[in-house]
Design a protein around this ligand. Structure first.
Ligand code: TXA
Ligand code: MG
Length: 330
């Protein structure tokens, strides 16, 4: 079982130290307990997916301590700024354009060019300030189970897999944050949650639009630039062909790999967590070499391997750059 502490100064320092060392800590927020990791540490973020047993790398919410920190990572439009002024800290998450070159690990945004940010109430803010880095944190529960809203519930579910749980009593809101995105001067709700749409409408004096959450996430992925590299992907290869770049995994090489245009190994020791943390970055780096094909060595399907293979299959799928092409693929 995990160590459980309260919310005093010592707890804040201990949590910040563990997080800085790449460990997972369950922290209370006003909505639900979050399973937190340093958002700039890919290995730690991969650990979240592992601990939750999530089969897919869906994008995670990134928690900041104040607006200045949000500004380091995202571009904030005027309407989003008004929402922040009205509702932060609180149960409102904003999807914003991710600034280029930030140290947030690409696994947090699942390779998207937007990032979901929120500033939680309570002790989480103090921990983030002490760490001086944002925390990636989905709800603290095994995938498919109900979100943890007390330290005891979190301990029962995830206690074996995390270092520390901070106990601030039952969550105030008990429901995940409301997620919105400003697009074309309109505020769209992507996920209803702990802040009522009516409250947002009253604060801004506008009517909210609705957008399917899946569409918000999937749409950029279909535009050929996110999960999908410009190169074609050939999966599960045992033999590298002339002119291909290789995305390798584990200690043994496919035949012909020594002649490849480029070769990056997701994890020389065969560690799936390390591989998950390297995946998006290595795909992008190999793609920049300009070869027509990236050949990917076999990656096992156990543990995080399922999510890694899911992303690879998406990247390898036929894709379109125009609607007409898309119709042909369908
Ligand atoms: O209340 C909450 O929001 C809790 C607490 C711990 O803060 N956190 C939470 O985080 O629910 P998480 O990581 O489970 O939320 C992930 C959801 C995704 O399923 C997706 O709906 C949305 O956030 N999301 C994240 N990044 C996105 C993006 N770039 N575009 C659209 N939606 C995004
Ligand atoms: Mg959840």
């Amino acid at each position: 079982m995990a160590r459980i502490m309260g919310t005093d100064e010592q707890a804040v320092l201990t949590a910040a130290e563990l997080l800085a060392a790449g460990k997972l800590v369950a922290i209370p927020t006003e909505t639900v307990y979050g399973l937190a990791a340093d958002a700039t540490n890919g290995d730690a973020v991969a650990g979240i997916f592992e601990a939750k047993g999530r089969p897919h790398f869906n994008p995670l919410i990134c928690h900041v301590s104040d607006t200045a920190m949000a500004e380091r990572y995202a571009t904030i439009d005027p309407l989003s700024r008004r929402l922040i002024a009205a509702f932060w800290p609180g149960p409102l998450t904003l999807v914003l354009p991710l600034k280029a070159g930030t140290p947030i690990h690409p696994l947090v945004a699942a390779g998207l060019e937007t990032i979901a940010l929120r500033m939680p109430r309570g002790i989480a803010g103090k921990i983030i300030s002490a760490l001086d880095r944002p925390l990636a944190a989905p709800s603290a529960n095994t995938s498919g189970r109900i979100s943890g809203t007390s330290a005891g519930a979190v301990n029962d579910d995830l206690g074996e897999r995390i270092s520390l749980i901070l106990d601030a009593g039952p969550s105030e809101v008990g429901l995940e944050s409301t997620i919105v995105k400003v697009e074309g001067g309109k505020v769209l709700i992507l996920r209803p949650g702990g802040l009522a749409a009516e409250d947002i409408e009253a604060a801004l004096g506008v009517t909210l639009g609705r957008m399917d959450q899946r569409a918000a996430i999937e749409a950029p992925g279909m535009m050929a630039s996110h999960y999908a590299p410009a190169a074609k992907m050939r999966l599960n290869i045992h033999e590298v062909r002339a002119g291909e770049a290789v995305l390798a995994f584990g200690p043994e090489r496919a035949s012909g790999a020594e002649n490849a245009v480029g070769n990056l190994n997701l994890s020389p020791s065969g560690n799936l967590r390390e591989a998950a943390a390297n995946l998006f970055d290595f795909m992008k780096r190999l793609d920049r070499l300009g070869s027509a094909v990236i050949a990917v060595e076999p990656i096992p399907f156990n543990g995080l391997g399922e999510a890694i293979n899911d992303r690879l299959v998406r990247a390898a799928a036929p894709r379109a750059s125009t609607i007409a092409e898309l119709d042909q693929i369908k």
